[in-house]
Design a protein around this ligand. Sequence first.
Ligand code: ADP
Ligand code: ADP
Length: 231
Amino acid sequence: MDFVRFENVSLAYQPGSPFAIEDVSLSIRENEFISLVGPSGCGKSTVMKLVTGLKPPSKGYVYVDGREVGGPQKCVGMAFQASNLLPWRTTLQNVMLPMEIVEPYRSTLRARRAEYEEQARALLKRVGLAGFENKFPWELSGGMQQRASICRALIHKPRLLMLDEPFGALDAFTREELWCMVRDLWQEEPFTVVLVTHDLREAVFLADTVYVMSKRPGRILVKREIDLPRP
Ligand code: ADP
Ligand code: ADP
């Protein structure tokens, strides 16, 4: 079954302004890893906003998990080009942030804090950040900050991971390390991934399916299923 589905979706940010994306249709299977590629301004982030429910479509329909998206989605994890770690929180406290939002009551959060903390520590260890739990973001390298930010996106075991240029600011070596890390995490315990990038090599390396979008108004130009032997 399709986990994410766009049916002829168009979005204008203001009524009467030109469409940012126009007539976009796509379907993403559960646990599929897709990538959206295209030049700056073609509407990749707009697609993200529609999937996560931050914007309603002007035309067409957006479905996640069989339901029309009507607002912010709990089943989604997100990571961006900037790590957006809170500077006054340690690595561990940053990674645990989603639990504080997912758990509606302070009392239940308190009761389960130890369990969540254990999960967060295990995940940090898994991505090579053991020993950095109590460091603040400014004490970490750029690559380490992105590792932590991806942990924060995954800690509540989302069914859908949205990645918006998460490797864009990294040097080439660190970038490839993080590609492998994300791919390994996904292979160990699959979830649906939407990766936005303008790096075609990155898209082909990571994704099962690559959608290429045109410059304004954003439309899907090409859908290409990738069938490369992956290590
Ligand atoms: P990309 O992520 O591919 O760079 P965006 O989705 O950010 O593209 O932008 C697509 C188009 O929508 C661009 O023309 C951009 O100027 C416009 N746009 C993006 N965000 C807004 C906004 N908040 N208000 C008005 N126009 C916007
Ligand atoms: P990354 O590949 O994660 O960007 P770097 O190449 O900047 O990391 O750093 C290489 C290694 O140096 C890291 O894996 C880490 O072990 C160590 N390191 C980086 N920054 C720090 C720091 N602030 N404190 C301690 N060790 C660090």
